[in-house]
Design a protein around this ligand. Structure first.
Ligand SMILES: *[C@@H]1O[C@H](CO)[C@@H](O)[C@H](O)[C@H]1NC(C)=O
Length: 339
């Protein structure tokens, strides 16, 4: 199907779901695990053209960070997971990391999130996240960037044990001690303005149980609630997932913390009829125009910020759906209209 006609169908469907509200901002993850991707300068130009106001990069990259200078795109930057033990154990390494990867660029680029570890909780690197965050915090504090830069980490749904119904959710046993330390660190930084980033993929929940989860509930919004939780009704699985994190935070001393969507997306191929450009376009457009910029049933006044995963189909990712989350092919051909 032509991308223009897909876009019209999506707009019509979204108008039926709810009157479209343009969000103040959308982020797009920019991974670089491809052999044939465009230059960072071309990528940044595409972000500007399509009004993607935030970019998440998964590791420091001087070329990308140079290309971002003065472009008005807010940046989320990650540390390499392998660097976590050093950043946790060696304050001088944290200072060097900040002076190499943030300070040279911050005079004309807004660094909004520093993501200390990507999906390492639960796991053996999880215990390094809180001390690494605190060392990076101490390194950043003297340069006065903390009013704009939030230090956080990104956790996957598997950090939760129970996630259903959302109010009953809590962290998994394997994640509990690391999450408790992370919450304490987040509480101790930035005066209560801290956030936890979560990677939430309704697609994977749906793909694992297509007979019990409705496609509409996972993909956009169902007319019948997917779950009724006390006096709250959930019509979109992404909301239930995010509220499960709010509930788990609340139970473990993190009730003042916000939640930001570190990654979400829907593959356009790799798994038959549940991964099509149409469903991917529906999901990402729904996130862009409805989910991001508004609250969740449990936290209606906390406007969600976040990042769609991801800019490109990357041919060095594992085969199957992992290579098919991109908004663009490697040659910048749109998979569907999202501009
Ligand atoms: C920021 O730093 C870069 C590199 O040192 C320099 O070229 C640029 O002029 C600076 N911009 C501002 C607004 O100070």
């Amino acid at each position: 199907m032509e991308s223009v006609s897909i876009f019209c169908m999506i707009l019509c469907t979204l108008i039926c779901i709810q009157q479209i509200r343009r969000t103040t901002s959308i982020g797009v993850c920019y991974g670089t695990e491809g052999t044939n991707l465009p230059s960072p300068t071309e990528v940044v130009a595409q972000y500007k053209k399509c009004n993607y106001q935030k970019m998440r990069i998964f590791k420091p990259d001087a070329q990308i960070q140079e290309a971002l200078r003065g472009q008005g795109i807010n940046v989320a930057i990650g540390t390499l997971d392998d660097d976590l033990p050093t950043l946790a154990n060696n304050p001088a390494a944290a200072t060097t990391w900040v002076s190499t990867n943030i300070v040279p660029y911050m005079n004309n680029t807004l660094y909004e999130y520093l993501v200390v570890g990507n999906e390492v909780v639960p796991g053996s690197l999880g215990k390094y996240v809180a001390p690494a965050m605190l060392n990076l915090y101490k390194a950043i504090k003297p340069i006065g960037a903390l009013s704009q830069l939030k230090i956080t980490t990104t956790v996957p749904m598997s950090a939760l044990g129970i996630s259903f119904p959302p109010s009953a959710s809590n962290f998994a046993d394997a994640a509990m001690s690391d999450m408790t330390a992370i919450i304490q660190a987040l509480n101790n930084m930035q005066n209560g303005d801290s956030i936890l980033m979560v990677n939430a993929y309704p697609y994977f929940a749906y793909a694992s149980d297509t007979s019990h989860i409705s496609k509409e509930y996972a993909n956009t919004k169902s007319s019948a609630p997917g779950v009724v939780d006390g006096n709250l009704e959930y019509h979109s699985l992404i909301h239930a997932m995010l509220d499960a994190f709010y509930a788990a935070l609340e139970k473990n001393g993190g009730s003042s913390l916000g939640v930001v969507v570190g990654e979400t997306g829907w593959p356009s191929g790799g798994n038959g009829e549940i991964t099509t450009p149409y469903l991917s376009a529906m999901y990402n457009s729904f996130c862009r125009y409805y989910i991001l910029g508004s609250g969740t049933p449990m936290r209606p006044n906390k406007k969600l910020d976040g990042f769609v995963f991801e800019m490109f189909n990357e041919n060095e990712k594992p085969g199957g759906v992992e290579q098919n989350f991109g908004l663009y092919q490697a040659n910048m051909t749109p998979v569907y209209a999202f501009c």
